[in-house]
Ligand binder design. Structure first.
Ligand code: DC
Length: 230
């Protein structure tokens, strides 16, 4: 059967990665989390003193030079995808607040995007891949056979995020604060100069505000089968 390319884009905190990972598993495809790559570059910049976590100032010339020495890989281990930076597993570190709060300015740098996009395109050359990010259907794989753009209302996303935080023992934020943060991130992602987050004209819109996880998984699997000509 033909191995196709599947692009997942959309807003943050809408369960996009979980859905994309599940679909890849069902199809026996490779799953690639491109957000983790931007996070790994951010961690590298912080570790090497090329970015100041407080002022968010970046030594762009030095980072550009260092990019060639950064090796990012992802391995599927026990049903989870783990990201490695120069051979060291950084999966936990890249999810920490220190990295989350610095990744947007790094992801806005043209030279970082060009390098990561080229790497992502090379990974997907043979098809049989589900790639998850913000610019996959528009920039990385504009010819992907299936493009899914995932969203949900900011209130629903805030409620889900709040439950996640509470499950981790963090009860410091209110629903309104989490919702405001989500709306701010939507605004930044959609208004940045370099490849802002937009739905590709030929992407299928999946608003999961009112859907259960099994319902959305079934829908994307059906779309994938249709795209494969089944
Ligand atoms: O999906 P995430 O939260 O792990 O993404 C981390 C950051 O990287 C977020 O600011 C959006 C950005 N990103 C991007 O600009 N392009 C991608 N293809 C993936 C993520």
């Amino acid at each position: 059967m033909k191995k196709i390319t599947i692009a997942f884009d959309g807003h943050s905190s809408c369960g996009k990665s979980t859905m994309a990972k599940k679909l890849a598993e069902e199809l026996g495809y490779l799953y690639v989390d491109t957000g983790a790559m931007y996070r790994a570059v951010t961690l590298y910049a912080l570790q090497q003193g090329l970015m100041d976590a407080t002022s968010k100032q970046i030594n762009e010339a030095a980072l550009q030079e260092a990019l060639g020495q950064i090796q990012i890989t992802q391995k599927q281990e026990g049903g989870k995808v783990k990201t490695y930076l120069n051979g060291v597993c950084v999966e936990d570190e890249i999810r920490q607040m220190r990295v989350s709060s610095c990744v947007s300015p790094i992801a806005a740098l043209g030279f970082v995007r060009r390098q990561l996009v080229a790497f992502q395109q090379a990974m997907g050359k043979e098809g049989g891949i589900v790639m998850d990010g913000r610019d996959i259907g528009t920039v990385v794989f504009p010819n992907a056979e299936l493009k899914v753009f995932v969203t949900a209302s900011s209130k629903v996303r805030a409620q889900r995020r709040l439950l996640e935080l509470q499950a981790k023992g963090d009860t410091s934020l209110t629903l309104e604060e989490v919702q405001r943060n989500i709306e701010e991130r939507d605004y930044i992602d959609s208004h940045r100069e370099v490849t802002p987050l937009v739905q590709a004209p030929d992407a299928k819109l999946l608003d999961n505000s009112e859907m259960t996880i099994p319902e959305q998984n079934a829908l994307v699997l059906q779309w994938a089968k249709e795209a494969m000509g089944e």
